[in-house]
Ligand binder design. Structure first.
Ligand code: HEM
Length: 177
């Protein structure tokens, strides 16, 4: 997984929980905490860090993933070299992520494996989006969707249901309020 995801995560932990918790988390996960935004690292190490942070803070793993996603949205967005024609709403932006943004990510970093989305139902107020990823980071996805809605000044409710009981395929039902 790209280092920018790790550096963003460490910054957020320091911001929200302080330097001491951040260092303890790294120690407990046997992690030296040396990440560069252009490097590539095993995504399991991010999962390990989140598990340790959850033990230290008593915040659930899902909630930590969600807050991380919500906060990471603006940084990911500003890392894109092109800022035009990315969509002007939550629904259109999410389609751009699948059709263009994550594809650009793979072109830039051939070792990256962002998730895949499929869109099933799109009306003015509802969108059904399936998330596929062996990394099973559905709660990060939920946070990113919320961060995206915040960016466009839209209020949404998001239902999240694993398909066939597995976390590698999750159905999101997003409704504009
Ligand atoms: C609402 C918008 C977005 C959603 C829902 C989304 C979803 C996700 C999720 C859930 C992951 C974690 C990996 C996984 O689950 O397999 C991910 C990874 C990633 N996304 Fe997105 N994303 C969004 C926007 C963006 C934007 C704007 C960028 C801009 C560069 C971006 C770049 C990346 C990168 C670099 C990774 C790491 C891939 C890797 O290293 O293998 N995403 N995305």
């Amino acid at each position: 997984m790209k280092g920018m995801i790790f550096t963003e995560f460490l910054e957020l932990v320091e911001d929200k929980f302080g330097m001491e918790v951040c260092e303890e988390m790294l120690d407990n996960a046997n992690d030296e905490g040396i990440y560069t935004s252009v490097g590539s690292y095993d995504h399991k190490q991010l999962v390990r860090l989140i598990v340790e942070l959850s033990k230290l803070t008593s915040v659930s793993i899902d909630d930590l993933q969600m807050v991380f996603g919500e906060n990471a949205f603006e940084t990911l967005l500003s890392s894109l070299p092109v800022q035009e024609n990315l969509g002007d709403s939550t629904f259109s932006f999410l389609q751009t992520v699948e059709a263009y943004i994550h594809k650009e990510v793979i072109k830039l970093y051939p070792d990256a494996t962002p998730p895949r989305f499929e869109f099933h139902l799109i009306t003015e107020s509802t969108m059904v989006m399936d998330y596929f990823s062996s990394r099973c980071m559905g709660s990060v996805c939920l946070g990113l969707i919320r961060g995206c809605a915040k960016h466009f000044g839209e209020q949404v409710t998001v239902n999240m249901n694993p398909v066939a009981g597995k976390q590698d395929h999750i159905r999101f039902e997003i409704t504009l309020v």
